[in-house]
Ligand binder design. Structure first.
Ligand code: NDP
Length: 255
């Protein structure tokens, strides 16, 4: 029996950056709870493979290719979802990239690529979906932030800037859209093992360091993000907006 407080069944959920990693884990969690889930990403083969790999339960997971750095692609993606489903109840704004290096070494191209995806892309995805949510008078947006906003890390200057600005965006949109029934919150993951971080965390010295700075004493898994996402989309969070949930094993409490 589904607890009505956390029931997301029948809702339409769009997950940007849903083809891999954290986005895919969250997408599958909504799907298994009876939501209609649409994932996006740039690579159509990866998207198709991700959809083919899940058992429809009770709906099939579908995809819309979309590069969030391209505002026309965002509009086309959101229009297609609305044409298919008539509404969007939850946006998981998750598409993101990083390139680690000292601040002295970033080229303008590196900088623009990160900002165009993590910040500009997240803004226009939120705005485009927000227009539909304001029109329908309801919705929940979940922006995937980062521990880097709450505890500074070296060698991620543009990434950290993009994620800090995303927090600001979350609060402003929450202020503007609350009276329309649209909630906007942030989930800030800590050190989670995915394609984005796998190479970095294969270094045993870094793994040892991570254990010392993370009170829970381990790396995060993509599944650790599911609870916060389902909660924020569900009736249980009906009076919760403009907030951040840090899913980082306690790391931001100490650094
Ligand atoms: P992955 O690299 O595993 O997945 C990234 C996803 O974003 C993929 O689906 C990718 O698909 C998509 N993506 C990347 N660029 C674009 C783009 N321009 N347009 C559309 N989709 C895009 O990363 P994670 O799962 O680790 O990260 C997901 C989010 O979580 C990111 O926002 C990241 O900043 C954040 N995060 C991750 C942490 C971690 O430790 N892993 C910690 C804190 C935050 P494709 O490449 O096919 O486009």
């Amino acid at each position: 029996m589904t607890d009505a407080l956390f029931d997301v069944s029948g809702t339409v959920v769009l997950v940007s950056g849903g083809s891999r990693g954290i986005g895919l884990a969250i997408a599958k969690a909504f799907l298994s709870r009876g939501a209609k889930v649409i994932i996006t990403g740039r690579n159509e083969d990866t998207l198709r493979a991700a959809c083919d790999a899940v058992t429809p339960a009770p709906f099939a997971m579908t995809y819309q290719p979309c590069d969030v750095a391209d505002t026309d692609a965002i509009s086309a993606c959101v229009d297609a979802v609305i044409a298919d489903h008539g509404r969007i109840d939850t946006l998981v704004n998750c598409a993101g990239i990083n390139k680690r290096m000292p601040a002295l070494d970033y080229t303008p191209e590196d900088f623009d690529r990160i900002i165009d995806t993590n910040l500009r892309g997240a803004f226009f995805m939120a705005q485009t979906v927000g227009r539909q949510m304001v029109k329908q008078g309801s919705g929940s947006q979940i922006n995937i932030g980062s521990l880097s906003t709450y505890g500074s890390l070296a060698q991620v200057a543009p990434y950290g800037m993009s994620k800090s600005a995303l927090s600001s965006m979350t609060r402003v949109m929450a202020l503007e859209w609350g009276r329309h029934g649209v909630r906007v919150n942030e989930v800030a993951p800590g050190f989670i093992l995915t394609d984005l971080t796998g190479k970095l965390w294969s270094d045993p010295n870094l793994q040892a360091w991570n254990k010392t700075v993370t009170p829970m004493g381990r790396m995060g898994a993509v599944e650790d993000l599911i609870g916060a996402a389902i909660f924020l989309a569900s009736p249980a969070a009906a009076f919760l907006t403009g907030q951040v949930i840090r899913v980082d094993g306690g790391a931001s409490a100490g650094i």
